[in-house]
Design a protein around this ligand. Structure first.
Ligand code: 6R9
Length: 707
């Protein structure tokens, strides 16, 4: 096993109510050695044999069969995807002639990609109606686990889901929502969020879900960008011990958007009531706010389906990039739906009857693809969890798994690391017999966490499916298939999914072969890929297709080993991955600069035990401003208010000046090193500094470390 070179650290475990030192080392660090993935390439674990004796149904007999299908998906993509589309989805009308047409070469013309063009279908019909029509109306679609542990289980069967969707959809129509309009959704992670998404899909409206943790300003920016006239939200909710007053934030956002853009924006709000009105008063504006339950009870119970072209937009979801404002990533109906469904089916070996639990919030792409669309197409029964995994204590996930007999559990490395801290007892005290497969997403899983997950949670009998993908890819791209004969390597996301042709390229954009390291790109289109950036197609072209001619550029670095496994090494752009969430450094910087006392700010990632990466902000104050603890707090608060709590900097480092090149570019490479190594940083750590305009800045910066 790996040796940790860091000093042992002790922390007091407060949440247990008794103080006891907790050993952190040799278990939860994202070890530097872990990152040196080549040394780990030799560690391999076949998918446990017990998995095949305990689980009866398998989509693939063995790896030979899986590989043959992969080969077919690459050699004959049209036939492969055509078969899949007919097998997995119900079409009102099949596509015209071509399954796919595309251009990935920016020099040859505009970038585009179309799948199943001319085909007609509806996402809501595929997720819900057809299952009810086929006699599965009484099957549970969602078990809703709330913040509090309680005895009564709130659930929705497919029929109940359909009833609410139809009512909400007809209500949206009455309120003027038409095909192509963007409806904003700002809710906690409850089944009604899925209902709102599907109601939009039913009538051809494009949903724009905004994560409930984002601030009023972030929400307002998204309302403005997508010109949303309707916002579906919630009065508030409990998160652990806290109450989040969501409606107040939604109101502030709507006001901001309307002030900036005119009063046609956010004309209606539909508000789901989650809290006890006696304890939580929300003000409802009579001319624009309506309660969800009143809207539904007075709505027409039936709502016709809008048959959509496969290439019509299904949703927009904003994601941070390296520069400027978040991008509205647009996904379309046919390709996305198919891709979400078959990745869910094969990556998790899902079969109807299994109980599946994904811990992601629907505010992120993982929730879109693997809490809503993928599982529902596959007629899954799932758990949707609103709370936090450590509330009331760290047994929560395992208790939920036991309560609902969860088979497949899909979660994030950061969560695993945070639970590791509490020790094994929390896992061992709960029953996990039902679990058959474990999966992760959001960031590379460090081998220590992988092994802990496999050993302590999965009792060495569950495959660990580490899925690499992005908001832009719509679904899983690289994963270790849970198939007999596949050899898992902890820390590697494994091999490409059907139809995916990854390439590793060097700085010049040349494709590398065999064992190599470079930028991870994708060479061929796949059905789930983004089609455009809302309102700014040239941004889509320049972000993803300009860096390397002919390829989709993921923004991630990777290594490929001799067996063809991919090892993700992190973002190569100015995006920080905090607990699996993408944070654009530019956004955090502008939130800091918006505070009147800041002249300049530079934000970089710093390794973090639990979150994977933390946010480290260098701040140069304006003349006359003095560093102080109050100011530090105020700056953190400013970021929270501007963007949301997940973007709060972990460290604010006062910077008398920033290291810049002669052309005025901030040398972030140097800032990253100082953040990581602190006062121990040596000139050799910093590499070439000859292009710095004022080399003495580095020493000065280091001297301010910890001040
Ligand atoms: C699904 C999702 C995408 C970025 C991506 C990469 C990182 C996600 C990963 C992973 C290594 C994995 N990432 N899964 N890195 N191994 N299994 O997370 O989408 O929020 O758009 O983030 O997350 O850096 O580029 P999104």
């Amino acid at each position: 096993p790996l040796q940790c070179d860091r000093k042992r650290r002790f922390r007091v475990r407060k949440s247990l109510g008794r103080s006891r030192p907790l050993q952190l080392c040799s278990c939860t660090h994202v070890h530097q050695a872990d990152r040196d993935t080549h040394s780990l390439a030799e560690q391999s674990y076949p998918v446990p044999r017990e998995y095949f004796t305990r689980v009866q149904n398998h989509h693939f007999k063995d790896m030979e069969q899986y590989k043959r299908l992969y080969e077919r998906s690459i050699q004959q993509p049209e036939e492969f995807w055509s078969d899949m589309a007919k097998q997995v989805l119900s079409w009102k009308q099949l596509w015209e002639n071509q399954v796919c047409s595309y251009n990935f070469d920016i020099e040859k013309g505009p970038i585009f990609c179309e799948w199943f063009k001319g085909g007609k279908l509806n996402a809501c019909y595929n997720c819900v109606d057809r299952h009810v029509e086929a006699g599965y109306g009484d099957q549970v679609a969602y078990y809703a686990e709330g913040n509090e542990e309680s005895a009564d289980i709130r659930s929705y069967t497919y029929r109940e889901l359909l009833d609410s969707i139809e009512r909400l959809a007809s209500a949206l129509k009455v309120r003027g929502v038409k095909k192509g309009d963007v409806v904003a959704i700002y809710m906690p992670n409850i089944p009604e969020l899925a209902i709102a998404m599907l109601a939009c899909a039913r009538i051809g409206a494009v949903h724009s879900v905004v994560f409930g943790g984002f601030s009023a300003e972030s929400l307002a920016n998204r309302l403005i960008d997508a010109k949303s006239r309707i916002l579906i939200t919630c009065d508030g909710y409990r998160r652990g011990e806290k109450i989040v007053a969501l409606k107040a934030v939604a109101d502030a956002a709507a006001e901001l958007a309307r002030e900036n853009m005119g009063y046609e924006l956010v004309q209606h709000k539909i508000v789901y009531q989650k809290l006890d009105p006696k304890q939580n008063f929300v003000s409802m504006e009579s001319h624009m706010d309506e309660w969800w339950h009143e809207v539904l009870s007075t709505a027409k119970p039936h709502c016709d389906i809008e048959w959509m072209d496969a290439e019509d937009a299904l949703f927009v979801l904003y994601t941070s990039g390296s520069t400027g404002r978040p991008k509205g990533i647009v996904h379309t109906t046919g390709g996305y739906l198919l891709y979400a469904a078959i990745t869910h089916r094969y990556a998790f070996n899902y079969h109807p009857g299994d109980v599946y639990f994904c811990t992601a919030d629907c505010g992120w792409i993982t929730g879109h693809s693997y809490v809503v669309y993928g599982p529902l197409v596959n007629r899954a029964t799932q758990v949707i969890f609103e709370g936090v995994p450590t509330y009331p204590d760290a047994t929560r996930l395992w208790k939920i798994s036991a309560k609902y007999n969860v088979n497949q559990l899909y979660t994030a490395p950061t969560l695993i690391r945070s639970l590791m801290r509490y020790g094994e007892a929390y896992v061992k005290n709960s029953q996990r017999d039902s679990l058959t497969l474990l999966a992760t997403v959001g960031e590379p899983i460090n081998p220590e966490a992988w092994k802990w997950f496999s050993r302590e949670v999965g009792e060495n009998r569950c495959p660990i499916v580490d899925t690499w993908w992005q908001t832009e890819t719509g679904g899983h791209m690289i994963l270790p298939p849970p198939v007999q004969g596949f050899i898992q390597k902890p820390g590697s996301a494994g091999v490409p999914f059907f139809g995916i042709v990854p390439v590793v390229v060097n700085e010049k954009g040349e494709e590398l072969s065999g064992e190599c390291e470079g930028y991870l790109c994708i060479k061929k289109p796949w059905p789930g890929m983004l089609r455009t950036v809302l309102g700014d197609h040239s941004r889509m072209e320049s972000t993803y297709f300009k860096p390397f001619r002919g390829f989709y550029m993921s923004g991630d670095g990777c290594k490929r080993d001799k067996d063809g496994y991919y090892w993700l090494t992190g973002r190569v752009d100015d995006v920080i991955n905090v607990s699996g969430h993408r944070i654009g450094t530019a956004e955090v910087e502008s939130a800091l600069i918006a505070h009147g006392s800041v002249a300049e700010a530079a934000v970089v990632p710093v390794p973090h035990d639990i979150k994977g990466q933390g946010i480290y902000a260098y701040v140069t104050l304006r003349q006359g401003e003095e560093p102080s603890e109050e100011l530090r707090k105020a700056l953190k608060h400013a970021v929270r208010e501007h963007i949301g709590a997940i973007c709060t900097p972990d460290v604010i480092h006062w910077a008398p000046a920033l290291p810049k090149t002669r052309s005025g570019k901030i040398m972030r490479r140097i800032l990253r090193k100082i953040a990581e190594l602190g006062p121990k940083v040596t000139p050799s750590d910093l590499g070439d500094t000859s292009t710095l305009s004022e080399p003495q800045v580095v020493e000065l910066l280091v001297s301010y470390h910890g001040k």
